[in-house]
Design a protein. Structure first.
Length: 115
């Protein structure tokens, strides 16, 4: 599958758009994504894997934590424009604004995420 098709398929899901929206704010671990979106760990991991497979995200492991962030350097130029469009679109979405508010209250403390 071409990279272009993979990017559009990855962004054709509302949950993945919401994830990208919060990762545009800051790097998050899987549990933070789970808490902000109210989804299970397997669901969060699957969506993050799809976004990473589309080369939109990068991941790093620190101890038991897997952190994800937008791969601003690795994203192809056309995809950077798509990411910008997602950011603009999210500004008009009440659900996306609520996600950002929840993200501000969510943080990792020791081995658990709290909100």
């Amino acid at each position: 599958m071409s990279d272009t098709v993979r990017v559009f398929k990855a962004l054709s899901d509302g949950t993945r758009l919401r994830i990208l929206n919060i990762l545009l704010v800051r790097e998050c671990c899987v549990c933070e994504v789970m808490q902000v979106l109210g989804i299970s760990q397997p669901s969060a991991s699957r969506h993050l894997s799809i976004l990473r497979g589309a080369r939109l995200l990068k991941a790093r492991k620190e101890g038991i934590w897997m952190y994800y962030s937008v791969d601003h350097d690795g994203v192809p130029a056309y995809a950077q424009e798509i990411v910008k469009a997602v950011r603009l679109a999210a500004a008009d979405m009440p659900e996306a604004r609520l996600d950002k508010q929840k993200l501000q209250k969510t943080m990792r403390q020791n081995t658990v995420c709290i909100s």
